[in-house]
Design a protein around this ligand. Structure first.
Ligand code: TYD
Length: 137
């Protein structure tokens, strides 16, 4: 799907354990402005349900597992993130829903913009309208 990519991260491991580095341009395809992580999630309680007009994100399940449903208004895909060695890139104008969080799941998100609650598209019908109408409605 356009604006969605599963990125394999290179793990540097030795007998002490493993380490993954995230670097702009190297494996993060945008300017990093913000990092947050979702944890202490509740079984059966989904999150997300929004899209962004001008925000790119990289989602990494650094511990445990969860599922991410992505939707570009025409097609939908579901990704299970269950390793810190994969990152799901979500580009602009993608509706996302996160669910099936395992116990102890930590979902880290790297974002291309600072937090701006005004920038959220939280109404699915409006999202569909924007996708189909070119974003001017
Ligand atoms: P929310 O967008 O509801 O989370 P999700 O995308 O998982 O559905 O955000 C939860 C709360 O955290 C809400 O009060 C806004 C706040 N928040 C910030 O202050 N900064 C951030 O970068 C993010 C993503 C959320």
């Amino acid at each position: 799907m356009k604006n969605i990519e599963l990125i394999e991260l290179i793990s540097h491991g030795d007998n002490r354990g493993s380490l993954i580095a995230l670097e702009k341009e190297h494996n993060v395809p945008f300017d990093i402005k913000r990092v947050y992580y979702i944890y202490d999630t509740k079984r059966g309680v989904p999150r997300g349900f929004h899209a962004h007009q001008d925000l790119e994100q990289l989602l990494i399940c650094v511990s445990g597992s969860c599922k991410i449903k992505v939707d570009n208004g025409k097609e939908q895909e579901v990704y299970e993130l269950n390793t810190p060695e994969q990152a799901l890139y979500i580009g602009k104008m993608i509706w996302r829903e996160m669910y099936d969080f395992s116990q102890g799941c930590v979902l880290m998100v790297i974002a291309s913009q600072y937090y701006d609650s005004e920038e959220y598209i939280r109404d699915y019908d409006k999202f569909i309208e924007m996708v189909n109408g070119g974003g001017n409605s």
